[in-house]
Design a binder for this molecule. Structure first.
Ligand code: SF4
Ligand code: SF4
Length: 278
C-alpha cells in the first residue's frame, strides 16, 4: 500500500490487516439485493438463515434501516471499525441505495472505515461517487482477465438494458473492471482483488490475475476456493484442496500480498472475523 493512502485508522480493517482481527470487527449492511451479472457459481438464493457464505442474508434492509442497525451496534460495542456493503447482490447494481447508505453513515461517523465489494461492472460510473461518499476500501472480484476464460465463468452481463453473453459479456466485464480499478487507485482508495479459484476453469490463470492486479497497484489479493453451490453450473466441480490453494497463493505472492484469513462471510455478517475455510 502506498504511504500516501495510509492513515492510522486504516490498519484497523480486519480483512486488509490480519493483525487487526483480534481487536476489530466489521458489519455488513445488506442493502443491495440485485445483481447485474450471473456468475456460474452463484445461485442468487440469498434468503438463508444457516448458510455461511457470501451472498446470503436473513433480510434486506432499506438504507434508513441499515443506518439504524449500525447506530444500535455502535452504541453496544466499541470494536467495530468498518461498515461494509457486500450484497447479497452487487452493491453497484442499484448504486443509489448503496450511496445513500454510505453517505448517511459517513455524515454521522466520519472516522468509520467504509468498504464496498463489487463485481466491477458499474465501477467506472461509480468510482468517483464512492470516493466522494467517504469509501476507503473497495473489493473487486476478478475471476479472469482474459475473456476466453471469463466466458466460462459468467452466464450473462446486463448493462444499459442490454444482455450480453459469452465472450462479449466477459470482454465487457473485464474492460469495466480495468477502468474502474484504475479510477479507484487514482482516488487513493485501498483495493483488494478477490478471485474465486475454479478448478479446471481459471486455476491456471491466477498468476496472470495477480500480475495484472500488481499493475493496477491493487493492495492485496484474496484467492477464494470455489464453494460448489447447488443449482449452479459449477455445482459439480469439487472445491480446490487446501494444498492447491496454498500453491496458488504462493505463486500469486510473487506479485502482491495475499489475504489468507478470509472467512467468506455472509452479506449480513457482524463482529470479528472467524476463519472457517481454505
Ligand atoms: Fe452472485 Fe456476486 Fe456473481 Fe452477482 S456478482 S452473480 S451476487 S457472485
Ligand atoms: Fe473480510 Fe473475507 Fe469476510 Fe469480506 S468475506 S468481510 S474480506 S473476511
Amino acid at each position: 500500500m502506498t504511504e500516501t493512502t495510509i492513515e492510522k485508522r486504516f490498519y484497523t480493517h480486519p480483512c486488509f490487516h490480519q493483525e487487526a482481527c483480534g481487536s476489530w470487527g466489521r458489519i455488513h449492511l445488506p442493502v443491495a439485493p440485485n445483481c447485474n451479472i450471473q456468475c456460474n457459481f452463484c445461485n442468487r438464493l440469498y434468503d438463508c438463515a444457516n448458510a455461511n457464505r457470501p451472498g446470503v442474508t436473513r433480510h434486506i434492509y432499506t438504507p434508513q434501516e441499515a443506518v439504524s442497525m449500525l447506530q444500535r451496534l455502535l452504541y453496544q460495542r466499541s470494536d467495530i471499525s468498518v461498515a461494509g456493503i457486500a450484497g447479497p447482490g452487487d452493491p453497484l447494481c442499484e448504486p443509489d441505495r448503496t450511496l445513500e447508505t454510505l453517505r448517511a453513515i459517513h455524515a454521522q461517523y466520519p472516522r468509520l472505515l467504509l468498504c464496498v465489494s463489487t463485481n466491477g461492472l458499474n465501477l467506472p460510473a461509480c468510482a468517483d461517487a464512492l470516493a466522494d461518499a467517504g469509501v476507503t476500501h473497495v473489493t473487486v472480484t476478478v475471476n479472469a482477465i482474459q475473456p476466453q476464460i471469463g466466458r466460462h465463468i459468467y452466464a450473462f452481463v446486463k448493462t444499459d438494458s442490454q444482455l450480453y453473453k459469452g465472450t462479449k459479456a466477459a470482454q465487457l466485464l473485464c474492460a469495466r473492471q480495468n477502468e474502474g480499478i484504475i479510477k479507484l487507485k487514482r482516488r487513493g482508495i485501498i483495493v483488494k482483488i478477490n478471485t474465486v479459484v475454479i478448478p479446471g476453469v481459471n486455476d491456471k490463470h491466477i498468476s496472470d490475475i495477480a500480475r495484472q492486479a500488481a499493475i493496477w497497484q491493487a493492495d492485496i489479493l484474496n484467492c477464494l476456493a470455489l464453494i460448489p453451490v447447488h443449482d449452479t453450473v459449477f455445482a459439480h466441480i469439487p472445491a480446490p484442496t487446501a494444498s492447491q490453494m496454498t500453491g496458488i497463493r504462493k505463486e500469486a505472492a510473487r506479485y502482491l500480498p495475499q489475504m489468507t484469513h478470509c472467512c467468506r462471510c455472509r452479506a449480513d455478517a457482524v463482529g470479528r472475523l472467524h476463519s472457517t475455510g481454505t
